[in-house]
Design a protein around this ligand. Structure first.
Ligand code: NAP
Ligand code: GCO
Length: 259
């Protein structure tokens, strides 16, 4: 049997109208999973539905703010009724605010924590009961280089993603007995709308990140698809609390030696 086959599985990816979430959902569909996603407004959900349809993927989309527990509980109930019990959850929805700590309003800090850390807790807590009743499931949290490293202006984001690493490990410990594997995927620097400001022509960050990446390139969302299928499939049934970094070697590298 193909351990990477997702036939008959229902995958729910948050914030997946485009970007990394969309690519992960595409990957699950290529492995024969049923794709369900949400985004924060109808316009984005419609954009996502059209994009999935253009790829031949019959996805179901729901409007839901992942920071709202009532909205999340209601959406999970609708998905369960309309599609079925969620087998695979990817907590992908996220924001970043690049503001120097001395200038950052606590409200902005809290907003990033709310979306990037508290929401994965809320959604995981809403989905887990169905997985427990079904005999198991897969939860994949989208972590970051900032789960391990800091840099200027991303204190809230790094705090959230560092916390998400530990939430991943803790839920893995609490839910392993129910055959739920909770792991993280840690993308390096990926070309998506979220990093577009860092990739503008002439932006010094572009040369910087190339020098910090042994693979000497920005990642693409395609680079994440195989690792995500692994974490979503029976191939990873004995992998618990692991953060799988897909970073071209960034975390292994001190940086290119000046010539
Ligand atoms: P993105 O382009 O900003 O997409 C994030 C998606 O989440 C957007 O559709 C966004 O909607 C949605 N979202 C934001 N807040 C939400 C909420 N409260 N409820 C529901 N949906 C919400 O980001 P990306 O680059 O694809 O990244 C996706 C995930 O990967 C994020 O968790 C990010 O932190 C993480 N990540 C990204 C990189 C990278 O280099 N790109 C690397 C490592 C990790 P809006 O369009 O309205 O914001
Ligand atoms: C930044 C970037 C990163 C990426 C990603 C790296 O400003 O440093 O946005 O945070 O989004 O998280 O893994």
């Amino acid at each position: 049997m193909n351990p990477f086959d997702l036939t008959g599985k229902i995958a729910f990816v948050t914030g997946a109208s485009y970007g990394i979430g969309f690519a992960l959902a595409q990957a699950f569909a290529s492995a024969s999973a049923r794709v369900v996603f949400n985004d924060i407004n109808q316009e984005l959900v419609d954009k996502g539905l059209a994009a999935y349809a253009s790829e031949g993927i019959d996805a179901r989309g729901y409007v839901c703010d992942v920071t709202s527990e009532p909205a999340v509980q209601a959406t999970v109930a609708r998905i369960t009724e309309e599609v079925g019990v969620i087998d695979i959850l990817v907590n992908n929805a996220g924001i970043i605010k690049r503001i120097p700590a001395l200038e950052m309003d606590p409200a902005d800090f809290r907003k990033v924590i709310d979306v990037d850390l508290t929401a994965p807790f809320i959604v995981s807590k809403a989905v887990a009961p169905g997985m427990i009743a079904k005999g198991g499931g897969k939860i994949i949290n989208v972590c970051s280089m900032m789960s391990e490293l800091g840099r200027e202006t991303v204190s809230a984001y790094a705090s959230a993603k560092g916390g998400l690493k530990m939430l991943t490990r803790n839920l893995a410990c609490e839910w392993a007995e129910y055959n739920i594997q909770v792991n993280g995927i840690g993308p390096g620097y990926i070309a998506t709308p979220q990093t577009a400001p860092l990739r503008e022509p002439g932006h010094p960050f572009n040369d910087f990140i190339i020098a910090k990446t042994p693979a000497a390139r920005w990642g693409t969302t395609h680079d994440l698809q195989g690792p995500a299928i692994f974490l979503a499939s029976s191939a990873s049934d004995f992998v618990n609390g692991h953060i799988l970094y897909v970073d071209g070697g960034i975390l292994a590298y001190i940086g290119k030696q000046p010539k």
